[in-house]
Ligand binder design. Structure first.
Ligand SMILES: Nc1ncnc2c1ncn2[C@@H]1O[C@H](COP(=O)(O)OP(=O)(O)O)[C@@H](O)[C@H]1O
Ligand SMILES: [Mg+2]
Length: 461
């Protein structure tokens, strides 16, 4: 606003000053030239009429009178003795005049000057032979011409300019305030809307649709809010899931313990059975907490990754060796197909956890008898690919999108007896995403499931 003011007003003032001044200067110059021409003519006449020797020449005196009348000035004729032979004011006739301007004129310099204080133009011209036959200057015509009316015009122009200037200032102020209002108003409305949201109406979108510019901002803001809302919802859901999951084993233990307490003399077998159940629930609680902890650790920044170049073939062999006892229990065959030696820059512990979660699932959700799991490893220049295919129960189409969510289990009751927290694949996906990798699932219920994992060979931070 202030800026606008200066940008508008300073040029206006400058223009007015320059214009008025140059106008005045031009008027004075013009006036000087006109008077000069007149004097030229009169000088010629003075010479021709031999006025210096005949200063009473009526015709010439009349013309001098006219000249001075028109321009409100005074004409003085000086002869070679510096004696004033004629003065249109009739004051100084007969006196001597030895001023600088007269001396200059005698020496051949044609002089004129503008005397600012008295506002008149002074002009001295030598009287000599107009035919140029002789250089001799026989006298001087001295004319002073008033410029009062030029000064009046100047004052008039200045007053005019002042009025225009004031109008311009007012206009600039008006336009400025209107413009800034127009520019700032939508932003203020956005600010208001954002403030409202900050105060807690988190559900609402902001909307300031009247202006194109603000629509873009509000759209971006709304998109951001949507993400925050989603994050907020998933966090709430996570917290409530966690507390639910942690409370379930506790509730079971409570029921079992109460049952034991309420009966004074229970048979030893039943007592033992209940205690076993309690012990199982404790294990379950324990595994949920362990999984939660690994998930929380994975939620941290990727700086926490401990990246090492790792031979993936050896890593898979190690995992298979570790999981074989569990697979044997369920009579599931584990097959490893390594197509080539693969080295990749990974955090060993995290990728081992991720892959073993998938393989554990493949064992857990396999056929009751005679199932198999085929693990294959391949690579190209950029990525390594691990696929884990099983002959298990499969995952229904509509559940395939959800299995990576925390606590999601396809069949709660079924999974319950198999055991599991629903956190395994969430942990797996987090670990893989931290490595800038990807995981996909292909499955047909009743036939089996294939998980395919892609990891970059070189770690991209
Ligand atoms: N190989 C698989 N075959 C069939 N279902 C599977 C397989 N892997 C995972 N699932 C389904 O996905 C759910 C989520 O898996 P996960 O996150 O590991 O949790 P859980 O602790 O139940 O194993 C499982 O409960 C199961 O229903
Ligand atoms: Mg699992």
């Amino acid at each position: 606003m202030m800026l606008l003011f200066f940008i508008g007003i300073i040029p206006a003032i400058l223009i007015e000053m320059v214009l008025v001044r140059s106008q005045v200067n031009r008027s004075i110059e013009q006036r000087t030239v006109v008077v000069q021409n007149q004097c030229d003519i009169i000088c010629d006449q003075l010479y021709r009429e031999d006025y210096l020797n005949d200063p009473d020449n009526e015709v010439v005196n009349g013309e001098l009178g006219i000249l001075t009348n028109i321009y409100g000035g005074r004409a003085i004729v000086v002869n070679s003795d510096y004696k004033i032979v004629h003065d249109t004011f009739h004051q100084d006739t007969g006196k001597y005049m030895v001023s600088q301007i007269v001396i200059d004129a005698f020496s051949g310099k044609e002089t004129h000057k503008y005397v600012k204080e008295n506002q008149y133009i002074e002009l001295a011209m030598g009287i000599s032979d107009p035919t140029g036959a002789s250089d001799e200057i026989s006298g001087i015509l001295l004319v002073s011409v008033s410029t009062t009316e030029i000064q009046l015009t100047k004052a008039f122009l200045e007053r005019r300019g002042m009025i225009i200037l004031i109008v311009v200032i007012l206009l600039i102020l008006l336009i400025g305030s209107l413009l800034s209002g127009v520019l700032v108003k939508p932003l203020l409305r956005i600010t208001d809307s954002i403030d409202e949201i900050t105060e807690g109406y988190l559900e609402e979108d902001i909307s300031v649709p009247d202006y194109l510019e603000t629509e873009l901002i509000t759209d971006a803001f709304n998109r951001m809010m949507k993400r925050i809302r989603t994050m907020d919802e998933s966090r709430e859901e996570f917290v409530s899931n966690v507390s639910h999951e942690l409370k379930t084993p506790l509730a079971s233990m409570k029921v079992l313990a109460d049952a034991l307490n309420s009966q004074p003399d229970i048979p030893v077998e039943q007592y033992r059975e209940f205690m076993q159940d309690i012990s199982q629930e404790i294990d379950r609680e324990n595994s949920i907490i362990t999984d939660l902890l690994s998930l929380v650790k994975l939620d941290r920044r990727s700086e926490d990754l401990n990246i090492e170049t790792t031979n993936i073939n050896e890593l898979l062999e190690m995992l298979i060796k570790r999981l074989k006892p569990i697979a044997d229990l369920k009579n599931v065959r584990l097959i490893l197909d390594s197509f080539r030696p693969v080295n990749a820059e990974i955090d060993q512990t995290k990728i081992a956890l991720a892959l073993s979660n998938i393989i554990e699932n493949a064992i857990k959700y396999n056929k009751p008898e005679g199932g198999w799991i085929r693990i294959s490893l391949n690579a190209d220049q950029k990525y390594c690919y691990v696929t884990i295919a099983d002959s298990g129960i499969g995952i229904p189409e509509e559940a395939q999108d959800h299995i990576f969510e925390r606590f999601y289990r396809v069949d709660k009751s079924h999974s319950r007896e198999i055991g599991g927290t629903g956190l395994g694949l969430a942990i797996t996906r987090n670990a893989i995403v931290m490595h800038r990798g990807a995981i996909r699932v292909y499955s047909k219920p009743g036939e089996g499931t294939t998980f395919s994992v892609r990891l970059p060979l070189v770690y991209i931070s």
